[in-house]
Design a protein around this ligand. Structure first.
Ligand code: FAD
Ligand code: NAD
Length: 465
């Protein structure tokens, strides 16, 4: 095969890589995108999208089961639902497939070249791709590494058999009767909640003192309460050791050194993700690293001229929307635009039940930075919309500078609160003041009113509490 050459070569077609390619196309850069798997990366194929589809289906099944088994204040009763899990997964796969072809269509429309196969660096300007048609060399003036991340494996619990990662958990042949989850972080709790709602007996084994250590305890408390309601057993300060010798149970050890065997049909290990940096010639380039991740500057430059990196391969926060924003910006930088990473607000959403949103600083983080702050917390118990949807657990909490009243952080926990992340992020990114939020008319009755009320609370003038 003839060598290919291009101005910009993007390695990895996940949210970081494919968005970079689309923007590069708009800017007229001669671009090639390489991916060894289906376009859309972890997020579209085995991450954000299939997990949210499963979470939705599980909630539907659970609420129908509730209607059948628990007397309803609403006067609604229903027959017990049945679950055809294969059909549920087929529906989920259909959404993924539709989005896959959507991404492919966008790339085609932008007249971008896509090469399918595993890439391997030959040197800083040349990559060898093992395509179905044979080896293909691609020469590039600039390379963007967007190879993402992969699940961390525990040495004592290697993946295989009943020990699974999130990828297998999104494609199980049936709902496991007993599911043990190692790691009470994002994936463990999002998928753990879904499987509990689908009828599995779920036990979460978390090494730390509480779940979701990324968020403060005030935010995670309503999630822990709901997990208990759903019958999920939470074992904190407990470490997973190994499979029992007869492979029927997970052996765990608590902080006092007591060992217990947890019988389990599947053991889902979700203890974090690691960058995809080995096995494809990247190590030989000896790029500077930040721990296991690639080190980049505010313009996504690695330590080698002409090589940029974006997305999960560059570290926390490992979120799709961060990868996308980096992808868009790096294309502009490669095209010669004077851009640098100056985003103040990167929202984080955990799709548990209730959902958690965090943007900017929490009160604890602000105080740790020595800032004088004003805070306001408005509970959904006092929000009429929350009452009419029978979910008044949770709150919106706002943090502002005491001197200027500029909002530096918003956190919330509540059912469907993810959709309010846009309002929170806009407020923080645009440097809104408490007065801006308090004096903006928020539609009634909506959960959004809690944002204005939290701002009013911080100003000492909350109306509904
Ligand atoms: P990736 O999406 O990992 O894409 C990297 C791509 O590079 C892959 O397609 C891979 O095939 C390709 N690749 C790797 N090496 C090579 C090579 N040598 N040659 C060719 N191609 C290669 N984030 C959110 O923001 N919201 C969520 O709700 C959310 N839910 C998640 C749920 C789960 C179960 C998981 C696992 C993750 C979730 N994430 C979520 C995280 C999100 O998926 C990642 O942050 C995001 O996918 C990172 O994008 P990326 O482009 O950096 O890398
Ligand atoms: P995580 O970092 O969210 O959680 C890992 C948890 O495992 C932590 O609570 C940690 O204390 C615990 N842990 C580590 N070692 C352990 C051990 N040996 N025994 C018991 N517990 C142990 O990691 P994750 O859930 O694997 O998710 C990986 C990343 O994927 C996240 O950090 C996030 O960036 C991304 N993600 C995001 C979303 C979202 O945005 N909604 C959803 C899923 C995943």
């Amino acid at each position: 095969m003839h060598d290919l050459s291009c101005a910009l070569l993007i390695l990895g077609g996940g949210p970081g890589g494919y968005v970079c390619a689309l923007r590069a196309g708009q800017l007229g850069l001669d671009t090639i995108l390489v991916d060894k798997a289906r376009l859309g990366g972890t997020c579209l194929n085995v991450g954000c999208i299939p997990s949210k589809a499963l979470i939705h289906a599980a909630e539907r099944f659970h609420s129908l089961s509730q209607a059948a088994h628990t007397p309803s204040d609403l006067g609604i009763s229903a027959a017990p639902p049945s679950l055809d899990f294969a059909a549920t997964l087929a529906w989920k796969d259909g959404i993924v497939a539709k989005l896959n072809s959507g991404v492919a269509g966008l790339l085609t429309r932008a007249k971008l070249r896509v090469v399918t196969g595993e890439a391997r660096f030959l040197d800083g300007k040349r990559v060898l791709v093992q395509t179905e048609a044979g080896p293909q060399i691609i020469r590039a003036e600039t390379v963007v590494i967007a190879t993402g991340s992969a699940p961390v494996e525990l040495q004592s619990l290697p993946f295989g058999g009943k020990v699974i990662s999130s990828t297998e958990a999104l494609a199980l042949p049936e709902v496991p009767a007993r599911l043990a989850i190692v790691g009470g972080g994002y994936i463990g709790l999002e998928l753990g909640t879904a499987y509990a709602k689908l009828g599995a007996k779920v036990t979460v084994v978390e090494a730390g003192p509480r779940i979701l250590p990324q968020y403060d305890a005030e935010l995670t408390r309503p999630v822990a309460a709901r997990l208990a309601e759903l019958g999920v057993t939470l074992l904190t300060q407990t470490k997973a050791k190994s499979l029992s010798p007869d492979q029927t149970a997970l052996l765990v050890e608590d902080a006092e050194g007591h060992q217990t065997a947890l019988p389990a049909d599947k053991i889902l290990v979700t203890v974090g993700r690691k960058p995809v940096t080995t096995g494809w010639g990247m190590q030989e380039l000896v790029l500077a690293q930040n721990g296991a991740f690639l080190r980049i500057d505010a313009q996504f430059r690695t330590s080698m001229t002409g090589i940029f990196a974006i997305g999960d391969v560059t570290g926390e926060p490992m979120l799709a929307h961060r990868a996308m924003a980096q992808g868009e910006m790096v294309a502009e930088i490669v095209a010669g635009q004077p851009r640098r990473w100056d985003k103040y607000a990167v929202p984080a959403v955990c799709f548990t039940d209730p959902e958690i949103v965090s943007v900017g600083l929490s009160p604890g983080e602000a105080k740790a930075q020595g800032l004088e702050i004003k805070t306001g917390l408005f509970p959904f118990q006092a929000n009429s919309r929350a009452m009419t949807t029978q979910r008044s657990d949770g709150f919106v909490r706002i943090t502002a500078r005491a001197d200027t009243h500029v909002v530096i952080g918003v956190q919330a926990v509540g059912a469907h609160i993810a959709e309010l992340s846009a309002a929170f992020t806009l407020a923080v990114e645009m440097g809104a003041r408490l007065e801006d939020l308090a004096q903006t008319i928020h539609a009634h009755p909506t959960q959004g009113e809690a944002l204005a009320e939290a701002a009013m609370k911080a100003l000492g003038s909350a109306l509904h509490i």
